[in-house]
Write a protein that binds this ligand. Sequence first.
Ligand code: CO
Ligand code: ZN
Length: 355
Amino acid sequence: MNISLLKELTEAHGVPGQEDAIRAIVYRELKDICEISTDYLGNVICRKAPTDGTSNPKKLMLAAHMDEIGFVVKYVDDKGFLRIHPVGGWDPRMMAAQRVIVHTSEGPRHGLMMLGTKPKHMLDAAEAAKAPKHEDYFIDAGLSGEEAKKLVKIGDQVTMDRGFQQMGDLFTCKAMDDRVAVFVMIEAMKAAKSHSVEILGVATVQEEIGLRGATAAGSGLKPDICVAIDITLANDFPGIPAEFSVTKLGDGTAIKFMDSSLICHPKVVSHFRDLAEKNGIKYQVELLPAGGTDAGGVQRLNGGVPSFTLSIPTRYVHTVNETVHKDDVQASIDVLARYIEDAHNGDYTYAIPGR
Ligand code: CO
Ligand code: ZN
């Protein structure tokens, strides 16, 4: 496995609407095997013709989102402290005392994300029990008021500063959501040996604020099938009852039944299950009660698109410690590559019983 590419992707920075650094990596990785274009939202579309010269091929759209949850600067005060606006779902409880990077037009700056609160030993019980809100946080970037006002602009992105680590069979970093899926998409497109569909591998933008990039790409590309790749919850850690675990780390790639944005097309679900079984690829079936994926943005376009999401089980989602298992990542690459090779055989029409 190309771990250095996964490290590079997860350590790269890009909040919704500011995905430039990831566009560069996707382009570099796929330019030799695909024709690459962008659209007006910033999606990167990697088009790969059928390897066997099939004419009028079915169009298979893959979608993995490049954006990560983060912040943009909304205000710079006279002392040089920055105030931020969240873009994507940061839980305020998970933001305390993090190191961040403020991405200015003159380059990245280190910063500290802190709460405007007295130290713990000075708080009374009621103050200590209060949950923080986004607006309680500020960024100290070590700048005077004058320096900060000159250097930092409204809308500059602020991202978490957390590097990639391997711990045994686990990989951890910020932005595993959804760069591990960008990685899976790239590696599966490289691994697929032959295919009769036209692949439209889309590295999408702005998923975290409402599936915006995928929806635009899907309406423009008019795919015959859409497969999104995203992380899902692996709540298999202390404090969560088993029925809320969704998936378990190390139990294989996750074949999604549904999430809050779509019910996956049942025949695409079966197609993936059959391929996993036929090829001895470990999988688990996933039902995510809350949370959406790019497939949900594409399914309802153009009169309806058979859509599905392949998921990578992930612990500690939407924290700086998003964590995946090596074998689940590999199983996801394997089953997606086998699907690309076999997608032309999928018949996803609905018959009317009795007719
Ligand atoms: Co997310
Ligand atoms: Zn995601």
